[in-house]
Design a protein around this ligand. Structure first.
Ligand code: NAD
Length: 252
């Protein structure tokens, strides 16, 4: 605690579950007005309920981050609702099908890249425009250890490497406008995404967890801690970086 975001407006995609839900809750706990954006209306509404129950202010906006009109409208609704956009966590993502490269389908490639990579670009495109006009802001994109290493399947790993590329370009192009852009690279984190993966292939998850020297999965709260810090004035000289939050996975 202690990252003052009072009266700031924060937007979180994928805010209806897992990591995004915890980030949205932390932003609200730090005093921000929060837009919880997700394709899952039930999950998004539940996050808003939880924030309101804790005395925070939040609004749900339905979005498909792979749809240009939907993303444009999400950012417009954010500004219309709260009058500004100061902080954004571009976090919505899917794992897609796990299979060796030669067995990957074009359909799975297109779906994962559309949501995980094009989706982050579309969000950045509209957020950067608003923030640059309003005197600055801070953005954190969710990449992965699969964006820094060969962890993960073909389209997932490619999309998460791409998110770091987008982060670096956005940070350098918009530094003059006082917009900072960073990425977090979670290791294996206990969320519904990993739960579904574990049901399909428990050995693979155990193997990844075994490669995290801290010897356990991370929690969504531990990723939210990093996102909120990177979004706050405490990180005022940090931009264009990708931070592993991975129990030591990338150190091996
Ligand atoms: P999750 O499945 O719990 O949450 C993902 C959220 O994104 C869901 O609420 C889902 O409805 C939403 N979403 C999916 N497609 C969308 C779309 N087209 N438009 C809008 N919203 C959409 O998963 P999570 O683990 O919290 O994952 C959050 C992010 O963290 C993802 O980008 C994921 O790739 C990344 N990540 C997760 C882990 C992990 O171990 N859990 C590790 C590294 C990176």
């Amino acid at each position: 605690m202690g990252y003052e975001l009072t009266d700031e407006t924060a937007l979180v995609t994928g805010g209806g579950s897992g990591i995004g839900r915890q980030t949205a809750k932390r932003f609200a706990a730090e005093g921000a007005n929060v837009v919880v954006a997700d394709i899952d209306t039930d999950g998004g509404a539940e996050t808003v309920e939880q924030i309101e129950a804790d005395g925070g202010d939040a609004t749900f906006v339905e979005v498909d981050v792979s749809d240009p009109d939907s993303v444009e409208s999400m950012v417009e609704t954010t500004v219309d609702t709260y009058g500004s956009l100061d902080v954004a966590h571009n976090n919505a993502g899917i794992e897609g099908d796990n299979a060796p490269m030669a067995e990957q389908s074009l359909e799975n490639w297109n779906r994962v890249i559309d949501i995980n990579l094009k989706g982050v670009w579309l969000c950045l495109k509209h957020e950067l425009d608003v923030m640059a006009q309003n005197g600055g802001g801070a953005i954190v994109n969710t990449s992965s250890i699969a964006g820094l290493s060969a962890a993960g399947s073909t389209p997932y790993s490619a999309s998460k490497h791409g998110v770091i590329g987008l982060t670096r370009v956005a940070a350098t192009e918009y530094a003059d406008a006082d917009v900072r852009v960073n990425a977090v690279c979670p290791g294996v984190i206990e969320t519904p995404m990993v739960e579904q993966s574990r049901e399909k292939n428990p050995e693979a998850i155990e193997q990844f967890v075994g490669m995290q020297p801290l010897g356990r999965m991370g929690t969504p709260e531990e990723i939210a801690n990093a996102v909120v810090w990177l979004s706050s004035a405490e990180a005022s000289f940090i931009t264009g970086n990708a931070y592993p939050v991975d129990g030591g996975y990338m150190a091996l």
